[in-house]
Design a protein around this ligand. Structure first.
Ligand code: SF4
Ligand code: SF4
Ligand code: SF4
Length: 467
């Protein structure tokens, strides 16, 4: 079957997929189901800590709230973003809450604000994401069901409040903690909403996909994210919600499946500071996560913050110090090196200015490393799922495991196999990072060669030690 504009295969040609996407209850019904799951998990985790004398890392795997959120959903979201762009956003319950309260606020004639430039550019998301990572390192947010529950309630509450007081899908555009992760990891995703023939859009008189009067409809809204669907050429901000597909009377919007990092997409040769700093921060986090699967690498990675904590008598807040190291000090050092290498090749921009040039190509390698770690986590946590379904609190399971009555579930794959897959992912990431730089900046892409090699080899060396 052919495709318009050579962008890939239009999935709407498959009758069943078209029926689902244009169905008036889609994606609301799935969002409602996801909301029920989120709420049930938040209730299950509320007030629950590891029983006395039990390893909290192991307990996290037996409690269904922690298991599903951090062990299965989070890694799956990373994989989904890289492979299929912002597909998760299509069924996200937070968007449903924000959508609902935005409508409620409008009905009650509350004065609703529009996002200012600062919020739109992602600075607040950067701060929220950094805080979450600090809480993971310092308070073990990801190991304590009670904290995970507070995290989920906070997300739901924040989505509701922001929706109530702001217009135009503001929560997704300026507040969602994973917004920058999805928009930077998902750019090369194989699923994309794109307009078909340009001529059809030029001749279209209704422009229902853009018209402001359609924005508050329930079905066939003009883009709630204020994008311009006929000109869509990036996965960065599109939530794949399908509203523009429903609204388009000439039936010219497509849901395209194409190969990764499709060349027809727009590339930025220099990205914004919030995105650059987010990528810098997440590169530190991913390095730390990769090291956590290999004791020797972890020992080297954490040597400095651990010694600092001991020598200053701050061991009681050692986790927080490690967090600052992982998402702050270490990545700044790493990126000073990457920026300096790039600067040697081309002195048009300063070492730090080069970060904005390197960020988007290098995030492809960072996301590949994140996928590798996500896979390691997913396969080692999944075996706990049957036990967690039978005993959602996880208390009986962990007590059984501690007293050796219940065996520890085996991993789905050996770590050596995961290591092999992880290295292959990073090598593929290096290839695409280089290609992205070339497509974004054909004159200067050679500057990226050494940083790509350095970051890729660093990740490969760490992953090669997983046994
Ligand atoms: S941006 Fe965040 S809140 Fe909005 S749909 Fe995506 S994941 Fe959900
Ligand atoms: S409604 Fe359809 S045809 Fe008209 S401008 Fe929008 S995408 Fe193009
Ligand atoms: S462009 Fe279409 S699919 Fe993307 S966010 Fe806007 S309405 Fe939803």
């Amino acid at each position: 079957m052919s495709s318009s504009n050579n962008q890939g295969f239009n999935l709407l040609r498959i009758r069943a997929i078209r029926a689902i996407i244009v169905w008036s209850w889609f994606p609301y019904i799935i969002q409602i189901l996801m909301l029920l799951v989120f709420t049930a998990l938040a209730v299950n985790g509320w007030g629950r800590f590891a029983p006395e004398g039990v390893n909290d890392k192991l307990y996290a795997k037996t409690n269904i709230t922690n298991l599903l959120i951090w062990g299965l959903w989070w890694p799956s979201m990373v994989w989904t973003a890289v492979l299929f762009g912002r597909a998760w956003c299509m069924i996200c319950p937070l968007e449903l809450i924000a959508n609902g309260t935005e409508r409620l606020g409008r009905k009650l004639r509350i004065r609703q604000f529009i996002l200012n430039k600062w919020l739109r550019s992602g600075w607040l998301i950067l701060v929220i994401y950094a805080m979450i990572q600090l809480f993971v390192a310092g308070a073990h947010l990801h190991r304590v069901p009670s904290y995970t529950s507070i995290f989920l309630w906070s997300l739901l509450g924040m989505a509701g409040l922001v929706g109530f007081f702001f217009k135009d899908r503001a929560f997704c555009r300026g507040f969602c903690p994973v917004g920058l992760l999805l928009s930077s990891y998902g750019r090369g995703g194989m699923l994309a909403v794109r307009a078909g023939a340009n001529q059809v859009c030029s001749d279209c008189t209704g422009k229902d996909c853009i018209m402001a009067c359609n924005r508050t409809k329930l079905y066939g809204r003009s883009c709630p994210s204020l994008l311009n669907p006929p000109k869509l050429n990036s996965n960065r901000d599109c939530l794949v919600c399908g509203q523009c597909i429903k609204s388009c009377n000439p039936d010219n919007m497509q849901l395209v499946l194409r190969h990764p990092f499709h060349p027809s997409d727009m590339r930025e040769s220099f990205t914004s500071w919030p995105i650059t700093l987010f990528i810098l921060m997440v590169s530190g986090f991913v390095t730390g996560e990769l090291c956590s699967e290999w004791k020797a690498a972890q020992h080297i990675f954490l040597w400095l913050p651990e010694h600092f904590a001991v020598s200053t008598g701050l061991s009681s807040i050692g986790g927080w110090i490690e967090g600052v190291w992982m998402i702050g000090i270490y990545p700044i050092m790493l990126w000073l090196l990457l920026g300096a290498i790039s600067f040697c090749k081309n002195r048009d921009t300063s070492v730090i200015g080069n970060w904005r040039f390197l960020a988007l190509p290098l995030v492809v390698i960072v996301s590949a490393g994140h996928m590798a770690k996500g896979l390691a986590k997913f396969v080692s946590w999944t075996g706990f799922l049957p036990g967690a379904i039978k005993d959602p609190s996880g208390v009986n399971t962990i007590l059984g495991i501690s007293s050796k009555v219940i065996p520890i579930p085996a991993s789905l794959l050996s770590l050596s196999v995961v290591s092999f897959v992880g290295m292959a992912l990073v090598i593929a990431g290096m290839y695409f990072a280089y290609r992205e730089a070339k497509l974004a900046n054909p004159e200067k892409y050679h500057k990226i060669r050494a940083p790509v090699l350095l970051l890729g080899i660093l990740f490969i060396v760490i992953i090669s030690g997983w046994r």
